[in-house]
Design a protein around this ligand. Sequence first.
Ligand code: ATP
Ligand code: MG
Ligand code: MG
Ligand code: MG
Length: 439
Amino acid sequence: MRLTRYFLPVLKENPAEAQIVSHRLMLRAGMIKQASAGIYSWLPLGFKVLRKIENIVHEEQMRAGHIPMLMPTLQSADLWRESGRYDDYGEEMLRITDRHGRDMLYGPTNEELITDIFRAHVSSYRDLPLTLYHIQWKFRDEIRPRFGVMRGREFLMKDGYNFDLTKEDALHAYNRHLVSYLRTYERMGLQAIPMRADSGPIGGDDTHEFLVLAETGESEVFYDSAVTDIQLGEREIDYDDVDQCRAVMEEFTALYARTDETHDEAKFNEIPEERRRSARGIEVGQIFYFGTKYSAAMGATVQGPDGKPVEVHMGSHGIGVSRLLGAIIEASHDDNGIIWPEGVTPFHAGIVNLKQGDAEADAACEAIYAAMTAVGLEPLYDDREERAGAKFATMDLIGLPWRITVGPRGLKNGVVELTSRRTGENEELPPEEAVQRLA
Ligand code: ATP
Ligand code: MG
Ligand code: MG
Ligand code: MG
């Protein structure tokens, strides 16, 4: 992409309405624009990162054997009356009446809708286990939308639902989700710690939230500092292997890590004092096992091996896809702007032409652009007639992990400069080698 042909409305001034750094940087980098309270337009740069995050979520869900689909944003109130949640859900639910006077709502979550699909089409235990998921916009009329996309009213969520014959199978689905979520967050350069949590309006017995530690997080958390040393890393996972998934779940949840709702002071005090931590965290996901709560209320049964009807065991599992942009920026930025982890960066590298219009510099930039594209990398070429300082500031603000700086002086010696956004380290090398380094 050439910057002169792109749409990147960066702001020079700090927007007054932004209280936290991720919100400020997303506005300044021209990623989002508020449409109304808690509702945002995703401008091209923000949309690109959102898509990258969505793709990682899809890849990891499909790797775990979960099946993608898409349910609508608007739902009929009838299903929610069946489950009993139409009245329980309260003011966070946006209720709408259509022209025929029918009660509708903008879905805050999808347990009812998916259970209705399940009961219409699945009737035998032979069709289980089954986990369906989608990535769809949700609406929750949050009392205090704030911090940009972190607490929006309209936000993008991945929500998945498992249907199993037995509690044991459903707990395997729970563990599978836990493992797949760990991998998902790690691919985004994030450490998200599973913490024992409270089930809230979804209802359920077993639940963990995934928290990214950050001072601006809205959750209060308590944990043993040793949990921050555990990583999934590159290990091979077989998602059909019940024992392996359970072992990973146990490894990641054995140490004390809880949100304030389930915090137990006595247990906490058993941790050696130097490892006790209380901190703030951003909830980027949550997994639930809730047994037969919805299948019983809505009559979702299958015929078991003995011919008798069995209410299916279910769980639901969510990832805050749009909130993740904020969480990643909170965890990865400096005074000059965003520092994208490689896995989610909107462009792989920026090309800065120090002397636009200089035949040699222009040709070198074009050649680097073509070479990067040929190996599947996406560059953002700053081809504006601008001062070097302004070009550097823009690149730093939008946070691409690498910058290739091209100018007549370096080209005389046959070199360009490759700069790491994260470390600031510079290296002079021939243009072809710079591209190879990124490939
Ligand atoms: P919170 O405690 O932050 O209100 P929640 O527990 O109500 O979140 P869940 O029902 O668990 O949310 O939804 C799954 C995920 O969706 C959350 O873990 C979070 O990452 C994301 N999410 C929830 N509410 C919002 C929101 N208002 N804006 C952006 N993302 C959200
Ligand atoms: Mg909430
Ligand atoms: Mg919560
Ligand atoms: Mg939650």
